[in-house]
Write a protein that binds this ligand. Sequence first.
Ligand code: BES
Ligand code: MN
Ligand code: MN
Length: 460
Amino acid sequence: MLHNTLARIDSAVEGPALERLFELVCIPSISADPAYADDCRKAAEYCAGQLNEIGFEASVRKTIGHPMVVGHYKGAGEGRPHILFYGHYDVQPVDPLELWDNPPFEPKVAGEGGKAKILGRGSSDDKGQFMTFFEAARALMEETGALPVNVTILLEGEEESASPSMVPFLKENAEELKADIAFVCDTGMWDADTPAIATRLRGLLYEELFVEGPSHDLHSGHYGSAARNPIHVLAKLLADLRDDDGRIQIPGFYDGVKELTAEEKAEWESLGFDEKAFMDEIGLSLPAGEKGYSALEQTWARPTAEVNGIIGGYTGEGGKTVIPSKASAKISFRLVGEQDPDKIREAFYAFVRERIPADCKVAFKSHGGEGAITQPSDSDWVKTSLKALSEEWGKEAKLTAMGGSIPIVAQFKRILGLDTVLVGFALDDDRIHSPNEKYNLKSFHGGARSWARILCALGK
Ligand code: BES
Ligand code: MN
Ligand code: MN
């Protein structure tokens, strides 16, 4: 049965399976930009349609923001495990558009054989990823008329915008979303040949900071020096966030950050991380975070304060001599251990207020926060999945951590009482959130095959 299911996946992958993914990638479901709200709904409808076709009972569910998709499959019968599978159909904005070699919403395959890549925004994060599960479910249904386990699928359309609707939705639908375990397909492999299950993710606090100086934009000569320049104020504030060793200067920021134990350190060292290759691939040579920590530690186990964007003053062609009235910045804090996003938000606000000079006003907008998560690494769910992954890829699957954040994992635990197994097939060089995002055809293909194996193994 598994053998034939895998063969079905093999024969569909470069035909109808890829077409289904292309159709989804064509829909510009950018959650951050209200101009694309209709497209978010279209993507949700497309996914629900796919699920109904496969044999789920699926519907698009209204929220205060972009809709959710919920699908149920109960045909495995009582006594079989019940999994909750999660993915997100929304994607990141595409700017700067001119840096894309191929238009972001006109997916195609480039390259051949093992090097073939699916191009497009969302090809990896997260449309290509969750479609691996859809394709596995489809092949199993076609081959056997059933799935080996009961499955609830939850897709959201706001993951890339901090999921404002998710907490109320989980609370209101907790009964319907009950399951034994959650699976999330939104993380990466160890490398192109080695599958992985992530057991730690960093948390995230996202803040916007607005500085206002003079009542209106000014001639930078006529008023220069006498008028407080909000860009200078902002730049100094941002620079003050870190010292020269990369340590974050907000008082209390490190409360709850734990050093790695000697065993954890040894375990990570034994993974054989190629720091040089990791840095090379992004055109850099030296990890720039806290002194004394490797790049792997900096991204997996240490917190950050990163400026994601600065807005202010004249940025058009040529010069314009002006002192702007306003400047602002978008800042993300990645959190680890027990760092509390609410406490850090308050500490950050106090840190800023202390540094704001006379005649300047400051305002904040919080986009929310969620702490870091650690998931069990020795549960039967994880063991079964590791074994299935290892069999598929012919290499021992690794237990890893990830520097990115998936807030739903903490929410599943808090609201639904569920642990999560993080299985994904993305690669470091997928350029998620960047121009020229891609997903290797091998990730798509091997991902679908992996899910078929995992589902069969869970059903035994
Ligand atoms: N899939 C990513 C998270 C991720 C990135 C996991 C890299 C593993 C490795 C997810 O879609 C994402 O981008 N999350 C956001 C969360 C945010 C917008 C609330 C993130 O990490 O910035
Ligand atoms: Mn994602
Ligand atoms: Mn993302």
